[in-house]
Write a protein that binds this ligand. Structure first.
Ligand code: SAH
Length: 423
């Protein structure tokens, strides 16, 4: 199974490769020595991941070709704007018209959208977000894998099940060999091209240990690696980037300083934001966002979260509900849709596992409300249940094969190609 379509390099401009996909040209950063015009490659997150023999690529492209155009047709049909606007306030309809034209919305307008509870208006908001996603980014949907390799954490975030003071949680820490085996299975057996390595802030995984691990992974496997191990500081980020990490997944959780401090035992929001800013400067793809439904969180605060994500130049927006209580599913969908309106042309917006835990139709609903990314959990089953950040996590007991099958079924149904065609 493949989660990316091979493309042909048609031009090389320094470190930038121009790649052709069925006539469409995309850019990707090339770090492979010896890459030539005419070579076939896989790209992910805007990076060339590996090259493959032309015969193999042509074979894969042949099987993809028909499906590719068929999926695009389905997506186009499902994302068309309709004019059944009865029950929609005139002012709100005008805001969404403006958004659909690709014009930037003002803060007050975005807030009006976030505040609506009217079903007809919500429906139109989601449709507009889906329309913009299709218009600018067509039907590609990234499918990344995540490996949670340790649930030890030195932090004590109030809402988090793996917080230090949770003494009833059974702790685990995968060995380097176990992590390598999980990566090998995800990449070589299941075809993942991008993986997140996540853990609590576990001092046992020092920067040296993480670097050595990342180097070993990069030597053996063609994969785009994201790290999600909490705050590591600028030097740590540099070291991990040198080792081969290319993405940082780090939610700022909330842009409200007072709330952040209260929920994170006095930790500073500014420190977390500094890591995110440094990461972007170093060259990381930044994946960030926040929690929805925190105590005393207002719509204004949620809008600030969305705007901060954009300001941080996020490659991917990740917003999920606080569990187990959770807000209503509509609030999560509104945040996804407004994120799309705020960053229509570039954002990857993920349907989080948290949202899937809150609502079993989350993926379908989210993908039809502006989202274009999903993450599958490829942590070995014996550990997966122990990464218990909140109770009853979706997919905690589902084999990877089953998750892949279900995901592809849904994506094909919605006309999405499980691929990431780069920037
Ligand atoms: N140590 C890493 C990974 C933390 S776990 C880091 O600091 O980034 C990953 C995410 O789980 C957190 O960023 C948080 O947003 C989410 N999370 C934790 N507890 C949660 C809860 N009760 N409900 C929903 N999401 C939660």
């Amino acid at each position: 199974m493949c989660y990316a379509i091979p493309g042909r390099v048609v031009e090389l401009l320094g470190k930038t490769a121009i790649v052709d996909y069925f006539g469409e040209k995309k850019k990707a950063v090339n770090e492979l020595p010896g890459l030539k015009v005419g070579d076939y490659i896989y790209a992910q997150g805007g990076y060339v991941i590996n090259s493959l023999p032309a015969t193999e690529a042509l074979d894969i492209l042949e099987t993809w070709k028909e499906l590719f155009f068929e999926l695009r047709e389905t997506d186009l049909r499902l994302s068309r704007m309709s004019h059944e606007e009865s029950g929609v306030d005139q002012k709100l309809a005008l805001i969404l018209d403006k958004a659909a034209e690709g014009r930037e919305l003002k803060r007050e307008e975005l807030l009006t959208l976030l505040k609506t509870e009217n079903p007809a208006e919500l429906n139109l908001l989601y449709k507009t977000a889906n329309f913009l996603r299709q218009k600018y980014l067509t039907n590609s949907c990234c499918v990344h894998g995540i490996i949670e390799f340790s649930n030890y954490c030195r932090n004590d975030c109030v809402y988090c099940g793996i917080r230090r003071s949770n003494s009833i949680l059974e702790r685990y820490r995968m060995t380097d060999e176990e992590i390598l085996a999980a990566v090998e299975e995800a990449v070589e057996k299941h075809g993942f091209k991008a993986l997140v390595l996540q853990s609590g802030e576990d001092p046992n995984f020092s920067i040296e240990r993480l670097s050595a691990l990342i180097k070993r992974i990069k030597e053996k496997h063609a994969v785009l690696l994201f790290i999600s191990v909490g705050e590591v500081g600028k030097e740590g980020l540099k070291e991990l980037h040198r080792a081969g990490a290319r993405g940082l997944l780090l939610r700022f959780e909330t842009s409200n300083q007072a709330l952040y401090g209260k929920l994170h035992c006095g930790d500073k929001l500014a420190d977390r934001l500094q890591d995110l800013r440094d990461a972007y400067e170093i060259g990381y793809l930044v994946l960030t966002g926040g929690l929805i439904g925190l105590p005393d969180q207002t719509d204004e605060s949620l809008l600030n979260d969305i705007l901060l994500t954009k300001e941080l130049k996020a490659e991917m927006y990740t917003f999920g509900p606080v569990l187990p209580e959770g807000p209503r599913a509509d609030l999560v969908l509104k945040v996804l849709a407004v994120s799309r309106l705020v960053d229509p042309q570039n954002a990857k917006i993920v349907v989080t596992t948290g949202f899937e835990t809150l609502n079993k139709n989350a993926r379908r609903l989210g993908l039809l409300a502006g989202a274009n990314s999903v993450m599958l959990n490829v942590t070995p089953l014996k550990y997966r249940k122990l990464y218990d950040i909140y109770p009853n996590r979706a997919h905690a007991e589902e084999r990877i094969e089953d998750q892949i099958r279900e995901t592809l079924k849904l994506l094909y149904d919605l006309g999405r190609a499980p691929t990431d065609l780069g920037i």
